[in-house]
Write a protein that binds this ligand. Structure first.
Ligand SMILES: [Fe+2]
Length: 200
């Protein structure tokens, strides 16, 4: 697998390129503020861009879509019903050659937030950051996010967390690291929603 994390400006936004090395089929995730940079890298690697995936529909994640869609044959894929887009749901799978991307629905930060699991790497969008979790605007959404994070905690400790913003002390870390150092994740582990609300 080829997997690259690319800083794309904005609010320390991070985009991703995932590709199957044999078939060269690739997906781009949240190119946001620098789609040209992400596209140039994909072209440099001679990749065939099959999917453009958004982790959720906030402006600072979808604002680079148009550039990718007009300059490649990518199909847009996300969890918000839309014309000409592939609707992703919990359990959806996208194939890049032999590589399988598994979609985990993680509502909370937004209703259409998803995480993307590929091998031991989890792209978490704005659901989980290194050392923090995504903003929620109501108790109901915080509860949804709490439940979504519980789902993420079922993954292996060695799973590497790749967020959509570089807000942490490092740009990515293992789930084991977050279980030790992310106070919100520690609250989820303890099933302590009130502390979770305080620590967010
Ligand atoms: Fe967001």
């Amino acid at each position: 697998m080829l997997f690259e994390q690319i800083p794309v400006g904005g609010d320390r936004n991070l985009a991703y390129i995932i590709a199957d090395e044999k078939s060269k089929e690739a997906a781009i995730v949240d190119p946001s503020f620098s789609p040209e940079k992400v596209l140039a890298r994909a072209n440099e690697l001679k990749l065939k861009i099959k999917f453009l995936i958004n982790t959720h529909s906030h402006f600072d994640h979808i604002n680079g879509n148009e550039c990718i869609l007009t300059n490649s044959k990518a199909t847009l894929a996300h969890a918000k019903p839309a014309e000409n887009a592939l609707l992703l749901q919990d359990g959806s799978e996208l194939k890049l050659g032999e590589l399988v991307l598994k979609i985990i629905a993680t509502p909370g930060h937004t209703q259409d937030s998803i995480c993307i699991l590929v091998e031991n790497k989890l792209i978490t969008g704005d659901t989980l950051f290194i050392g923090d979790v995504g903003l929620t605007r109501s108790i109901e959404n915080a509860r949804l996010e709490f439940a979504s994070l519980k789902k993420i905690l079922l993954l292996k400790d060695a799973t590497e967390i790749y967020p959509a913003h570089d807000y942490g002390s490092v740009p990515f870390a293992t789930l084991a690291h977050e279980k030790l150092h992310n106070s919100c994740i520690i609250d989820v582990l303890k099933n302590d929603f009130q502390s979770f609300l305080r620590d967010k």
